[in-house]
Design a protein around this ligand. Structure first.
Ligand SMILES: [Zn+2]
Length: 469
């Protein structure tokens, strides 16, 4: 039975008039709303028609739409469902069960899980993808693919990496992940150039998009053209300084010398030796060469995290309100941490925070694609709410509000080669966020949520309020 026939039959079954004009043609209509997406800009006085999980039309507002459910969009704004491009659903098991609700509550209808062991991530993926689940769409990488040493080894840090000492390990690892159904792979910081190469080739052979941190054994300009996205601007500062070859040689000496320290300790030590000196030795001519290699690589700068020293979560009253809606143990401990900080704000070094903001402005000015991701739940990053802070930080860095929206809608769809997400047009998936105020006037208005449509289902404010607790 086709969609129309099914609806007609359903209407007849509940005793509606058999008159064809009374049969709802669509499931949901959001009427007389200003529609905004990053490709089409703002279009006023539109009615958006949804059937199942598909936007079937965007028409001029006029006659009452023939729909099962009609939502008044007068004076409101409709944007595509938002993505968080950098989350770890299994990083803090206390938060994992609340995450789908928290994301949806804040209008995040899709996430990219950028690292977790398969035996923990797969059950999450299965639960979120179950028929009728109230959960965002989830795209996942499985574990961080690290080198002979691994950073997140489970000793004092969560276990979210797997080691790849050899090229053979790398090939076997990607084959295993592909068989497990991952949507992309994520290459981490301790891999050798040979293992990096093998991972990239294996990902390409299998049609898996590739995400990476710049490995400490390599330079950003050699990594960027070979991957689809890069995270945190990590180690880019090393290649944007006055003498990147000397910095690389110094790191190589440390790898060879190997005093037997754990991967995480080695990384921390190398960052301590090189990061701030590299930022202070920023060289515009060198960096221009790095930028030139990034034209088609999405940069996910996680500015909320990188620039935390300049804009701590705790300065924001909205963060406290949002945290209050999290599960009680998280709400209590995070609230206490926020209050302690407010009572005695710690002065932090802001050199790297300021550099990160400036870099994103420079990249955006050169047309380098920027993606919005938060590293939730790391560093008091509340699932869902944090993405709105990231949008705010992207605008501070120099993106127009519409470009910030692009970073959280069209860019992630591009990363996965998904054609039917990111815009509000016929044929697109029905993920939408209804706002009470104009996000183009002030990007912080993306927090003023009057409803969320996820996979075609409208969640009204009363329903959203109950999610994620
Ligand atoms: Zn991460």
């Amino acid at each position: 039975m086709g969609g129309f026939a099914r609806l007609a039959a359903a209407a007849a079954a509940v005793g509606f008039s058999a008159c064809a004009a009374d049969v709802p043609l669509v499931d949901l209509a959001i009427e007389n709303v200003t529609v905004i997406d990053a490709e089409n800009g703002a279009r006023t006085a539109r009615t958006v028609l949804v059937r199942g999980d598909t936007i079937i039309d965007v028409v001029a507002a006029g006659d009452a739409p023939n729909a099962e459910q009609v939502v008044d969009g007068t004076g409101r704004y409709l944007i595509p469902g938002l993505w968080d491009m950098h989350v770890h659903t299994t990083y803090d098991p206390a938060l994992t069960p609340a995450m789908p609700g928290l994301f949806l509550r804040w209008g995040i209808t899709s996430v990219r899980d950028t690292g977790g062991l398969l035996d923990r991530v797969l059950p999450v993926v299965e639960a979120w993808r179950a028929e009728g689940a109230t959960a965002p769409r989830i795209f996942f990488a499985g574990p961080l693919l690290d080198g002979a040493k691994v950073v997140y080894d489970g000793n004092g840090r969560p276990e979210i990496c797997t080691g790849n000492a050899t090229v053979e390990d790398a090939r076997a690892q990607v084959a295993e992940l592909d068989a497990a159904g991952v949507d992309f792979i994520k290459i981490y910081e301790m891999v050798s150039p040979e293992v990096f190469d093998a991972l990239v080739l294996a990902g390409e052979e299998r049609g898996l998009p590739i995400d990476a941190h710049v490995p400490l054994s390599m330079r950003a300009r050699d990594v960027a053209p070979r991957v689809n996205s890069m995270e945190h601007l990590r180690n880019v500062e090393l290649d944007c300084s006055a003498n990147p070859a000397a910095l690389l040689a110094a790191r190589e000496r440390e790898f060879v010398r190997d005093p037997g320290e754990a991967g995480g300790d080695l990384r921390t030590r190398l960052q301590g030796l090189q990061r701030v000196p590299a930022v202070l030795a920023y060289d515009a001519r060198e960096c221009e060469q790095v930028f030139a290699t990034m034209a088609s690589t999405i940069q996910v700068p996680t500015l909320r995290l990188n620039s935390f020293a300049l804009h701590p979560a705790f300065v924001d009253d909205g963060w406290f309100d949002a945290v209050a809606g999290a599960p009680a143990p998280i709400a209590e401990s995070w609230d206490a941490a926020g209050r302690a900080w407010r009572a005695d704000p710690q002065q932090q070094d802001t050199i790297f925070a300021g550099w990160s903001l400036r870099m994103v402005g420079e990249m955006h000015a050169r047309g380098i694609p920027i993606g919005a991701g938060t590293d939730t739940p790391i560093n008091y990053s509340l699932p869902g709410y944090a993405l709105h802070t990231e949008l705010e930080m992207l605008v501070r860095a120099g993106l127009a509000p519409l470009d910030a929206i692009r970073a959280a809608t069209i860019r992630p769809a591009e990363f996965f080669g998904v054609q039917e997400m990111g815009r509000i047009e016929p044929g697109m998936r029905a993920d939408l966020v209804l706002l009470d105020a104009d996000p183009l006037a002030d990007i912080r208005n993306t927090r003023r949520i009057a409803g969320v449509v996820t996979k075609g289902r409208m969640l009204a404010p009363e329903a959203l309020e109950q999610l994620g607790r």
